[in-house]
Design a protein around this ligand. Structure first.
Ligand SMILES: Nc1nc2c(c(=O)[nH]1)N[C@H]1C(S)=C(S)[C@@H](COP(=O)(O)O)O[C@H]1N2
Ligand SMILES: [Mo]
Length: 317
């Protein structure tokens, strides 16, 4: 998979180093070289949300400008800064999310439903990408189980499959496979029903007090804080309850590297790099981004370990 990732080729400190060198040449302005940094957006689609505050003050938040400019959203290009440049082309109005499959009451939610039907709450969660970097993000959303309670899964429902919007006319990576990192689109992810029902599993419609920017998966994305970030699928258009384990995008591309479970685990390395520690995005100075140990289940073991009783976490990576 992530055949070559930004992590392999452009560590963040190198990126800044590059930018400094270009600035110091005095020829190019930083804005010309890195439009996302030098130019603020001419318009900002975000609106303020009302929500119940998370009282958790144990974690140090990643600066908002990192959360919105250091992204993985391959539909809008592979380099970390690409989604913040290009994801504005995502058409989010009107938006519909279909919930179908093994349910008694299939429904379609529109934008208004997503923002008003379920009381919104803030959740300050650790976020750990499989590429060994991490953030702490104040998400806003509601528990997926609240939505599942409305559609009523049948007794045959064992898994939940998620699909990102498919709209190649407005999503460059879906039109051009090279731009889109060679993934098969639409992007798909999945959870077991028990994982989907867990109170930590969030459908997020915002972060830092406002609705999501497109690069973060507007208008609605999944957040599963104890799993690697690729499980947290963005810009969801379809949710389907199934009896069979769903095909998921990264697992299909490179099954040996990306499992269905993808639980954060410092003891199970990625075949091409260690998962024992992680770079803390936004920490330290330009040249000394902090590293910290990776935590089992990303620090949520107490809440989620029971979901995997009797499962070999090495085999089921
Ligand atoms: N549709 C879609 N969802 C996606 C991705 C993607 O490329 N396409 N990347 C995943 C990966 S690898 C990560 S780490 C997170 C990044 O979320 P963030 O950019 O909001 O931090 O989104 C996940 N969801
Ligand atoms: Mo990721």
């Amino acid at each position: 998979m992530k055949k070559l990732t930004e992590n392999d080729i452009t560590p963040e400190n190198l990126f800044y180093q590059r930018r400094k060198i270009i600035q110091s040449m005095g020829v190019l302005s930083a804005a010309a070289a890195f439009p996302s940094i030098g130019l603020s957006k001419t318009h900002d689609s975000r609106t303020a949300l009302s929500f119940k505050k998370d009282k958790n003050d144990q974690l140090t938040l990643t600066p908002e400008n990192k959360v919105t400019t250091y992204n993985n959203f391959y539909e809008f290009g592979v380099p970390k800064e690409s989604p913040s440049h290009y994801a504005d082309s995502l058409k989010i109005e009107p938006w519909k999310v279909e919930i179908t499959g093994e349910v008694e009451k299939p429904i379609v939610l529109d934008m208004n439903d997503l923002l008003t039907r379920f009381p919104l709450e803030e959740r300050i969660y650790r976020f750990r990408c499989v590429e060994a970097w991490s953030m702490v993000i104040p998400w806003i959303g509601f528990e997926l189980n609240k939505l599942l309670a409305i559609v009523k899964p049948t007794s045959r429902a064992k898994f939940v499959e998620f699909e990102t919007i498919y709209d190649p006319d407005n999503i460059p990576g879906q039109k051009n496979s090279f731009f889109g990192g060679g993934l098969e689109y639409p992007y798909r992810e999945g959870l077991t029903l028990a994982e989907a029902m867990h109170p930590l599993t969030l459908l997020s419609v915002g972060l830092y007090g406002k609705t999501l920017l497109p690069q973060n998966g507007a208008p609605v994305r999944l957040v599963v804080p104890w799993k690697y970030g690729f499980k947290s699928i963005k810009s969801i258009a379809k949710i389907k309850l199934t009896s069979q384990m769903p095909h998921t995008t990264w697992n299909k591309l490179a099954p040996y590297e990306y499992g269905f479970y993808a639980n954060v685990n410092p003891q199970v390395d990625h075949p091409r790099w260690s998962q024992a520690s992680e770079r803390v995005i936004g920490s330290g100075g330009l040249f000394n981004v902090k590293r910290q140990p990776t935590l089992l289940f990303n620090g949520y073991a107490e809440q989620v370990a029971h979901l995997y009783d009797g499962l070999d976490l090495r085999k089921n990576y």
